[in-house]
Write a protein that binds this ligand. Sequence first.
Ligand code: NAD
Length: 354
Amino acid sequence: TSIDDPSSTGHEQVVFCQDTQTGLRAIIGIYSTALGPALGGTRFYPYASEEAALADVLDLSRGMAYKNALAGLDLGGGKAVIWGDPDQLKSEPLLRAYGRFVESLNGRYYTACDVGTYVADMDVIARETRYVTGRSVEHGGAGDSSVLTAWGVFQGMRAAAEHVWGAPTLNGRRVGVAGLGKVGKHLTRHLLDDHAEVVATDVDPRAREWVRANHPQVELVDDAAALVAADIDVYAPCALGGALDDDTVPALRAKVVAGAANNQLAHPGIEKLLADRGILYAPDYVVNAGGVIQVADEIEGFNFERAKLRATRIYDTTRQILRLADDEGVPPAVAADRLAERRMAEVGRLRTIH
Ligand code: NAD
């Protein structure tokens, strides 16, 4: 696909929004509404150029369609970017101007938090539009989505462990957690509850201090490279994207990769490199869907137990994908894409029958 040829990307709709008074420049990308309204967060980021912002929103909105499809949600895929530095630009009028653009799409797109936007921002946007999730608990929202993101990653990891070692547990396994942020902390707790050994790292000294104070049995290593080279069974990237690249994959000692970070594969082809080394990769967008499941539940009126049940099913979905990958002789990332495309096509077709 190329942004020079808009028809090649497969998106349904791309909306450019501008409000000169507040400095708002936003792009809303709707990849697919085959399964329902498009849902995906708003990224507020100082892109180097409009082209960079557009490329990101096209990629991210497509990714959300696949994620939402495999999460079993009746939602399509979309995403938005606000182009600029949030520290300088973010204001009530700007967020409300953005909310009015979201409202103007009449429910074709639901927004939520992403990099650079927070629950409090969603509350402001909600003053202009109904089509916003990930709101604060005081406003009936789902609150911090990292809770079910971590729960879902743990479920996906259990399915991967079962596929490789025969039992759906991390009991006795050494799991390397790279990134002890919101998700990594919850994940560490689930792993310890399951009697796994946890080895971890984080660049932020506060996160390291948190581990020492709360879970002294967790072994800390210097950096992600040390974790990759460590004697671990499972590697869980929970920091930034691109954790799996041409340097890390050959060095990795783990047999399983399952983590929360988005876009773990640095470039296409890495999934093949992992498969060739006999490393089972549980696709990131499959196992980290707990967060979108949590915020999507809010559209029906938030019920934590219902959302948790749905996030627990990430275990079944991951299992299904790993089996399909074996049956079709393809890496799990390819099997996941096929399954998502199948659901979008088959269920999407029904939604066009009147
Ligand atoms: P966060 O910002 O709370 O945590 C990220 C942590 O990674 C921070 O503690 C940071 O210090 C650490 N880190 C950054 N670079 C590092 C490096 N090079 N080595 C080691 N540690 C490093 O973010 P989060 O909400 O926990 O999300 C983690 C990842 O999961 C992100 O990639 C995010 O996109 C993805 N994700 C999050 C959610 C969610 O609901 N929060 C949902 C889906 C996916």
